[in-house]
Write a protein that binds this ligand. Structure first.
Ligand code: GCW
Length: 705
C-alpha cells in the first residue's frame, strides 16, 4: 500500500494540475480546483425556493464550489458557513435581513457576509443568479469571500447578443464554425449546448439574444420558425435571457400574401399586429424586433416613399401592447448618395429626433463607418436626446483578423464609451448616452454582434472568448475598466498565478493597438480585401460601389493621403459638438490616432515625433509587426501555466498573426510607396514580395461570407 502513495500523489497532481489538456469548452466557467491556499472555507447552501431560476442558481453554485474546492460535495462541518440565496418575497430568512435592495432594481443583487452566513439576495430571482455568478467569480479569481459587502445593478437595461446566423446554419461574418442554432432539428431536439450558452451569457449579465441575421429571411417569422424560436426561449428563460428576432421589412409581401410592405397601408399594419400577437402567444416574454432597413439592399419604408420613423413606429405599435421593443439600426448608407459615407447615418436620423415611439431604440454602430480597427465615436451619440439610442459593437472580428488574430476588444469598447461627446457640456461621455444617464432615458441598450459558433471553444480561439466576456461586463457597466475585466477573465480562463496574469493582461491590453498599427494606422480605415474583408487591399477600387472600395477612404495620391472631413472637405466634423469638431479639425489638437480619418495631408507633413507622415506611417506598420512578435514571445514564456492544448492553439494562431501582420505591412507599404515615391526610412526592410504579388491574391473560400 505504501508503495502506491507516490503513484497516487502523482495521479492526483496530474488531475489537479493546470496543465491538463483542455479544449476551451468551459469558457471562463472553468471550475477547476484552486490552489489549496486560495480555496474558500467550506460552506453549505441553505435551502431556497424552488423556482426555475433559483434552481439553476443553486445548481451553478454547487457545481462551482465543488469544482473549485475539489470537494465531493459542498460540505457541512465545524466552522462551516452557510450561503443563503433568495429574494425577500420568496424567503423569510432573506426578508428578515432587511438588506438594502432598493438600488438593486429588477436585476441587481447584494452579496453580504452576515455572521457565518453569506447572503446573495435580490428583488427578483434573476438577480440572485447574477449574484451567484459574481460570488463564483470572486472565488475563481482568488479574491477572498470571507467579508463581503457588494451591491451591483446593471446600468443598461438590454444587454444583447446579435447573432448574424442564417437559417441554413451559416453565420455571416462568423469565424467560429456554424450556427449554434440547429434550426432543422428544433423545436423537437434541444441541444444541451443551448443551456451552456445560456449559463455563459447569464454569468456576464447578457439578457437577450437576437437569434437571426439582420440580413433577414421572412421565413423566420413563419409558424414553424416561431415554434423553433419558442423552444430556445424556453431553454433560456431560467437564465433571464429573452429571445428577439430580426424582422425583414418586406415580410408582409413574402409571407403575408400582400402586394406591399408600405408601413402606412392598413393591411400591412394588420399583418404586423397579427404577427406580433402570434409570436407572443408562443413566446410570452418575446423581446421584440431588430430591423436593418434601407441599408445594403435590404427592404425598408423608403421603398414606399416613407421614412424610418414610419417604419419603426409601425412595428413598435405591433409589439408595444405586449411590452416588446423595436431596435431600428442606424447603419444606413446609399451608393446613390454622393456624400461622405461617414455622414449618412447622422444625416438620415438626426432630423427625426423625438419622433420615434418610446419602445423604439435606434441601434447605432460604435463608429460612423463599420466596425473598423479604430473609428472616432459615431456622431449620433449625444445628438438625439429625445430618442432612445443604443450601442452596437461587433464582437466577431470581421475587420480585425477573424478568429486567428489575438485582438482583445476591451480597449476598443472602452475607448468609445469613454469618448466625450460634449453634447451637454464636458463629461457627456458615450457611456452616459448609452446608459441613459445623460438625457434621463430608461430604454437603454448595448448590443454586440456575436462571435459564437459550433467550434468546441465557442468563439474560434481561447482569446476570442475574452471578447464575448468583456462585451457582457461592459454592457452591465459601461464605465468599467477593460483592464480589470481582462484580469478577471485571464484568471478564470487560465490561471490566477500573477506570473501568468500580469504579462497576459499586458499582452491583451496592447493587442488592439498592435492590430491598428499593422492594419490601418494613423486613422486609415476600410483598407481590407473586398467582400470577404480578409487581408490588405489598399489599392482596391472599382466594383459595384465606390463606398465599398479602399481608395474611397484612403484618398492616397502623389500629393498625400487621408480623408479630409474638415470644413474644407466633407465637413463630417460638423456633425459633432463644436468642442469636438474643433479638436478633430485642428492639426494641433487632433489625436494622431485619428489623423487620416479627418485630414488629407502631404507625404512630407511633420508628425509630432518630427518624422514625416510617410516615414511615420511606415514606422507604425513595423511597430505593429514588432508588437505581434512580442506577443508570440510572451506567450511562449507562459507555457508552464497553460495546458498544452490551449497553449498550442494560441501559439499557432500567433504565428499566423505574425505572418499576416507582415503581409498587411508589406502590401500596404508596397502600394502606398507607388504614390508617395519616397524611400523607406533607414533600417526598414522592403516588402518581401512585389505589389503585383499582393494584388494577385484571391480568397474565394474565406469564411464568414
Ligand atoms: O459590417 C458589415 C458587414 C455585413 C453586415 C453589415 C451590417 C449583416 O460586412 O456583413 O451585414 O455590416 O452591419 O448590416
Amino acid at each position: 500500500m505504501r508503495g502506491l502513495w507516490p503513484l497516487l500523489a502523482l495521479l492526483s497532481a496530474a488531475l489537479a494540475s493546470p496543465v491538463r489538456a483542455e479544449d476551451g469548452y468551459d469558457l471562463w466557467l472553468r471550475y477547476r480546483p484552486l490552489p489549496a491556499a486560495q480555496r474558500p472555507a467550506p460552506r453549505t447552501i441553505a435551502p431556497s425556493a424552488d423556482t426555475p431560476t433559483l434552481k439553476v442558481a443553486r445548481a451553478e453554485l454547487e457545481r462551482g464550489l465543488q469544482g473549485l474546492t475539489g470537494a465531493a460535495r459542498a460540505q457541512a462541518g465545524a466552522g462551516a458557513g452557510t450561503i443563503l440565496l433568495g429574494t425577500p418575497t420568496g424567503s423569510s430568512a432573506v426578508a428578515a435581513l432587511h438588506l438594502p435592495l432598493q438600488a438593486a432594481g429588477e436585476e441587481g443583487y447584494v452579496i453580504r457576509t452576515v455572521g457565518a452566513t453569506t447572503v446573495i439576495a435580490a428583488n427578483r430571482d434573476i438577480g440572485v443568479l447574477y449574484g451567484v455568478f459574481h460570488y463564483l467569480r470572486l472565488v475563481q479569481t482568488g479574491a477572498g469571500v470571507d467579508r463581503l459587502d457588494i451591491a451591483s445593478a446593471p446600468k443598461v437595461r438590454r444587454r444583447l447578443l446579435n447573432h448574424w446566423d442564417n437559417l441554413d446554419g451559416s453565420v455571416e461574418r462568423g469565424y467560429a464554425g456554424a450556427s449554434l442554432w440547429d434550426w432543422w432539428k428544433l423545436p423537437d431536439y434541444r441541444d444541451p449546448r443551448y443551456v451552456d450558452y445560456a449559463r455563459a451569457n447569464a454569468s456576464i449579465g447578457i439578457n437577450g439574444a437576437v437569434l437571426n441575421n439582420v440580413n433577414a429571411k421572412a421565413d423566420s417569422l413563419t409558424a414553424p420558425y416561431i415554434a423553433k424560436a419558442a423552444a430556445l426561449a424556453d431553454v433560456f428563460r431560467p437564465y433571464g435571457i429573452k429571445v428577439y428576432l430580426s424582422a425583414r421589412f418586406s415580410a408582409p409581401i413574402e409571407i403575408g400574401g400582400l402586394k406591399t410592405a408600405d408601413p402606412l397601408d392598413p393591411a400591412v399594419r394588420a399583418f404586423w399586429t397579427a404577427k406580433a400577437d402570434e409570436i407572443y402567444r408562443a413566446i410570452p416574454d418575446f423581446g421584440g424586433f431588430l430591423v436593418k432597413a434601407n441599408s445594403e439592399g435590404q427592404p425598408g419604408p423608403q421603398d414606399y416613399g416613407r421614412t424610418h420613423v414610419d417604419g419603426a413606429n409601425m412595428l413598435a405599435d405591433a409589439v408595444g401592447p405586449h411590452g416588446g421593443i423595436v431596435m431600428w439600426r442606424a447603419f444606413v448608407y446609399s451608393h446613390e448618395q454622393p456624400d461622405d459615407r461617414a455622414k449618412q447615418g447622422y444625416s438620415e436620423f438626426k432630423p427625426f429626433d423625438g419622433q420615434f415611439r418610446d419602445n423604439v431604440v435606434i441601434q447605432v454602430k460604435n463608429g460612423p463607418i463599420d466596425f473598423q480597427p479604430r473609428e472616432p465615436f459615431h456622431p449620433l451619440f449625444g445628438a438625439m436626446p429625445k430618442s432612445n439610442l443604443g450601442m452596437e459593437f461587433q464582437i466577431t472580428k470581421e475587420y480585425l483578423g477573424f478568429a486567428t488574430h489575438l485582438v482583445y476588444l476591451g480597449p476598443l469598447y472602452e475607448e468609445v464609451l469613454k469618448s466625450d461627446t460634449y453634447a451637454r457640456g464636458p463629461g457627456s461621455t458615450v457611456a452616459k448616452v448609452v446608459d441613459g444617464a445623460l438625457d434621463g432615458r430608461r430604454e437603454t441598450l448595448v448590443a454586440g454582434v456575436a462571435n459564437i459558433g459550433t467550434d468546441r471553444n465557442w468563439s474560434g480561439s481561447p482569446f476570442d472568448q475574452a471578447n464575448w466576456y468583456v462585451f457582457g461586463r461592459l454592457a452591465w457597466d459601461p464605465e468599467a475598466s477593460s483592464r480589470d475585466i481582462a484580469a478577471d477573465w485571464a484568471k478564470m480562463t487560465f490561471s490566477t498565478d500573477p506570473r501568468f496574469v500580469t504579462p497576459v493582461v499586458a499582452m491583451m491590453m496592447g493587442s488592439r493597438e498592435a492590430a491598428v498599427d499593422y492594419m490601418t494606422p494613423l486613422g486609415l480605415h476600410h483598407q481590407m480585401g473586398n467582400g470577404h474583408h480578409y487581408g490588405p487591399a489598399p489599392w482596391y477600387s472599382g466594383g459595384a460601389r465606390a463606398d465599398w472600395t479602399s481608395v474611397y477612404y484612403n484618398k492616397a495620391s502623389r500629393d498625400g493621403i487621408g480623408f479630409d472631413r474638415t470644413a474644407a472637405g466633407s465637413n463630417a466634423v460638423a456633425q459633432y459638438a463644436p468642442e469636438v469638431a474643433r479638436r478633430f479639425s485642428d492639426l494641433k489638437t487632433v489625436d494622431e490616432k485619428d489623423l487620416l480619418w479627418f485630414h488629407h495631408l502631404p507625404w512630407d507633413y511633420r508628425l509630432r515625433s518630427g518624422a514625416t507622415l510617410w516615414d511615420g506611417l511606415v514606422g507604425c506598420y513595423s511597430q505593429g509587426v514588432a508588437a505581434v512578435d512580442g506577443m508570440g514571445r510572451t506567450w511562449a514564456d507562459l507555457a508552464p501555466y497553460v495546458d498544452r492544448e490551449r497553449h498550442g492553439q494560441v501559439a499557432s494562431f500567433l504565428a499566423i498573426q505574425a505572418r499576416e501582420a507582415r503581409w498587411w505591412r508589406d502590401a500596404s507599404i508596397a502600394y502606398f510607396q507607388t504614390l508617395s515615391q519616397r524611400p523607406l526610412p533607414p533600417g526598414e526592410p522592403p516588402p518581401a514580395r512585389s505589389l503585383d504579388y499582393y494584388q494577385s491574391l484571391q480568397f474565394p473560400y474565406a469564411p464568414g461570407i
